[in-house]
Design a protein around this ligand. Structure first.
Ligand SMILES: Cc1cc2nc3c(=O)[nH]c(=O)nc-3n(C[C@H](O)[C@H](O)[C@H](O)COP(=O)(O)O)c2cc1C
Length: 421
């Protein structure tokens, strides 16, 4: 069978556009679980590989739900779709994270994925007894060891460890259970994990680091790489760089799926898509736009600078996302954008590939990225929920299916199976 796209839906409470919550169709008081449940069921009907929930352990704009709790409820409300959640390696303990995702993997019968992140939100520090956010290099050193411990713990149980007769003393074969005895710079974890192996073996590891160290970590650990790439050319460069690093680590290039974010406003005509996008853009409140930009460009306060003036020179971020800072600075300089123009540019996709058009046009772009070495799939970002995801599922997915680029039914039962890993 020919190669097909992997597609996840990147879920956000009101949608990805910074003004999504102000959209007339958005119900701020709706029950968030019911909203997500209905959306995820729709995504499952369209045979998406997975849904993905980001996370921050501090308020970022809208209140959110703790992803593992939410995904557990969603596991019980769905049958096929993969369930990817974020847990930070910066403000967590690996035993806890290993246990939570192993549990989700078991209760969803093999559909769990862990988005391993190094926190990019400096405000998280204050919720975990720290005066300062952990520095970039330290976050990545801790993340590497964190991954080692978590995956080590996931190997605690051999697949057949529970196949024992009842004459013995234990409900498992002790020879098939392994302690970890990890002692490192950041963690000391004896193990074994107290959750048995799932039908998937272990949860899928997802990563989204974009800096040098971030890419290096992804190449060594990730099975899926999420990334923000604004253009085909940049996505191609990122794609080949990740695949090269993966091969250098002794892994097959096909062992890692690169899935850039795709912020798409879909209409039945170009004018309808443009109108929907313009409506959201008109709802951007300058303070919110400025705050989003300040955070995305590396946790800087941009309020002292005139909105209609140029972006000031900023030092390299110590506590934010290096790769996104570069992306946004390049964008502003390349097109001579003012602060206001820059936040308007990222208010939807936050630097991710952005397109507004018909299903054919969106599918053309996806196909081009897929066939020209820029992507193995996409992480779809709906502008506003529920309409934004509904449009994509109802219009773009059938178009991709007609082109033979996307499945029309699930074949396997695990997330790793859907992804063809
Ligand atoms: C699609 C995508 C989703 C992300 N989700 C989260 C998240 O949920 N929580 C978080 O703290 N960081 C998240 N990140 C940020 C990454 O963990 C990482 O901090 C970021 O990519 C910057 O890494 P860098 O400093 O290596 O460039 C995400 C990044 C991308 C591209």
């Amino acid at each position: 069978m020919s190669r097909q796209l992997s597609i996840a839906a990147f879920m956000m409470r009101y949608g990805h556009h910074v003004a999504a919550w102000r959209h007339p169709e958005t119900d701020l008081l709706s029950n968030p679980f019911k909203v997500f449940r209905d959306q995820v069921r729709s995504a499952e009907k369209a045979c998406l590989d997975a849904v993905f929930f980001a996370d921050s352990v501090a308020l970022t704009g809208a209140p959110s739900l703790e992803p593992l709790t939410l995904l557990s409820a969603l596991a019980a409300s769905t049958q096929h779709i993969g369930l990817i959640g974020t847990a930070t390696t910066t403000y967590n303990e690996p035993y806890t994270v290993a246990r939570q995702f192993a549990s989700l993997d078991l209760l969803s019968e093999g559909r769990a994925g862990w988005n391993l992140v190094t926190s990019d939100n400096a405000a998280e520090a204050a919720n975990f007894g720290r005066e300062q956010h952990v520095a970039h290099a330290d976050r990545y050193a801790r993340a590497r060891e964190f991954h080692q411990v978590v995956t080590g713990l996931w190997n605690s149980w051999d697949p057949d460890a529970l196949e024992v007769d009842k004459s013995g003393a234990l409900p498992y074969d002790p020879a098939k259970l392994h302690k970890l005895n990890h002692r490192g710079e950041h963690f000391a974890v004896a193990g074994p994990l107290n959750v048995a192996r799932s039908p998937q073996g272990r949860p899928v590891v997802v990563q989204a680091g974009g800096s040098e160290v971030g890419r290096d970590l992804a190449a060594g650990t990730a099975e899926v790489v999420f990334t923000a790439q604004p253009t085909l050319a940049k996505a191609q460069a990122f794609y080949s760089d990740i695949k090269r690093r993966v091969v250098e680590k002794g892994r097959s290039p096909d062992a890692v799926k690169v899935m850039p974010g795709l912020f798409a406003v879909v209409g039945r005509t170009q004018a309808e898509a443009d109108g929907k996008f313009a409506q959201l853009q008109s709802l951007i409140e300058p303070k919110a736009g400025l705050a989003l930009l300040g955070r995305m460009i590396g946790n800087f306060d941009l309020s002292p600078y005139p909105l209609d003036g140029p972006l000031p020179e900023l030092p390299p971020t110590q506590d934010g996302q290096r790769s996104r800072q570069q992306l946004l600075t390049d964008l502003a300089q390349g097109e001579n954008l003012t602060i206001r123009q820059l936040y308007e540019r990222i208010a939807g996709g936050r630097g991710h590939f952005t397109v507004a058009g018909t299903a054919e046009q969106v599918a053309d772009q996806m196909q081009a990225w897929f066939e020209q070495g820029a992507a193995d799939g996409f992480n779809f970002m709906a502008p506003a929920l529920p309409g934004g995801l509904d449009d994509f599922l109802a219009l773009v997915i059938p178009e991709l299916q007609r082109r033979g680029l996307f499945r029309t039914s699930y074949e396997g039962s695990t997330l790793r199976g859907h992804l063809g890993l």
